[in-house]
Write a protein that binds this ligand. Structure first.
Ligand code: MEV
Length: 317
């Protein structure tokens, strides 16, 4: 046991492929390392406490939105035969919760890293993702695993559930503007409503899912070859598919329209939708102007994330 241990993680943005990834299609997600989270574990005299923005108190009494985190902690303690250990976990974060930026997965990654470190246990990357998914399964019901994979990666990833997590080469001269609608979006509810849509509207629903998968493959190439306009068009098409699947809202549509009218190459919702954030692909110089227009149109916060060039690497899961 250490005197104290820290685990870190960060926000994620799904560039393209949310929802269809739940049905086995690929998706591309980007880590947003400037928006981040830290879990600090320290010994105390008795009990097991957690302190976060949402709750301060005994881990066993957390509210329902932290149930996944509680189960995750309990499982780790059982695995290490440490169910009687006395400690406090302090979670500090700049990731807004329930806005499609992967706050729950980031919590799971940071807490897992911190507890493994605290109890001096080795933690491989695949084990980190497996353990973190204990929380995601409880919080989201049927997670594809992309949120945890991105919260635990420093590089953009091409993700095929259960098959591939590949860090991809990016050579794109442009920026993403992320805008928070200020409205909470519950991933479990959005995933269930898409599921209903697919069951009720055959063959149109499954066709939308397949089309989203095809767009993801074209986006992978556009990112590699600096094809910013095709990338923007693919984002717009994905937004059309997601709207038909029923997860866009008036407020998201309004922000998306604002970004496009102010010079974005493309814009779409990101994450589960029904609230949460939108992303807009912009020329680097125009990003601050578009961010401002989005704030005027009602966004409660914006972030600018330039695309960085990276080499890419590959591993299978
Ligand atoms: C949520 O960030 C992304 C979804 O595709 C759900 C998932 O992949 O688990 C909506």
């Amino acid at each position: 046991m250490s005197l104290k241990a820290i685990g870190k993680s960060h926000a994620k943005i799904i560039l393209i492929g949310e929802h269809s990834v739940v049905y086995g299609q690929p998706a591309i997600a980007l880590p947003i390392t400037s928006v981040n989270m830290q879990a600090l574990v320290q010994p105390i005299e008795h009990g097991r406490l957690i302190q976060s923005k949402y709750f301060i108190g005994a881990i066993k009494r957390v509210p329902s939105n932290l149930l996944g985190t509680k189960r995750l902690i309990q499982k780790i303690l059982r695995a290490f035969h440490q169910t009687q250990a006395a400690f406090k976990i302090t979670v500090t974060s700049t990731i807004p919760s329930e806005r499609g930026m992967g706050s729950s997965a980031a919590t799971a990654i940071a807490v897992t890293r911190a507890l493994y470190h605290y109890f001096h246990q080795p933690l491989s990357h695949s084990q980190l993702l497996k353990v973190s998914n204990i929380e995601e399964k409880i919080t989201h019901g049927n997670p594809s695993g992309i949120d945890a994979a991105t919260a635990g990666s420093k590089l953009p990833i091409y993700f095929v559930p259960g098959k591939t997590i590949q860090s991809i080469p990016i050579n794109l001269n442009g920026s993403l503007v992320i805008a928070d609608s200020g409205i909470k979006g519950r991933t479990d509810i959005a995933v269930n409503s898409v599921h209903q849509e697919i069951i009720n509207h055959r063959p149109a629903g499954p066709q939308l899912i397949q089309h989203l998968g095809k767009l993801v493959v074209s986006v992978k190439q556009a990112l590699r070859d600096n094809q910013i306009e095709p990338l923007g068009r693919a984002m717009n098409q994905a937004q059309g598919d997601l709207a038909q699947l029923g997860v866009s809202t008036d407020q998201l549509n309004h922000l998306i329209r604002t970004a496009r009218q102010n010079g974005a190459y493309g814009a779409k919702l990101t994450g589960s939708g029904l609230g949460g954030c939108i992303i807009a692909l912009t020329p680097n110089q125009k990003a601050p102007l578009i961010a401002n227009a989005l704030l005027k149109a009602g966004a409660v916060n914006t972030w600018i994330q330039p695309f960085h060039v990276n080499g890419g690497a590959h591993h299978e899961v």
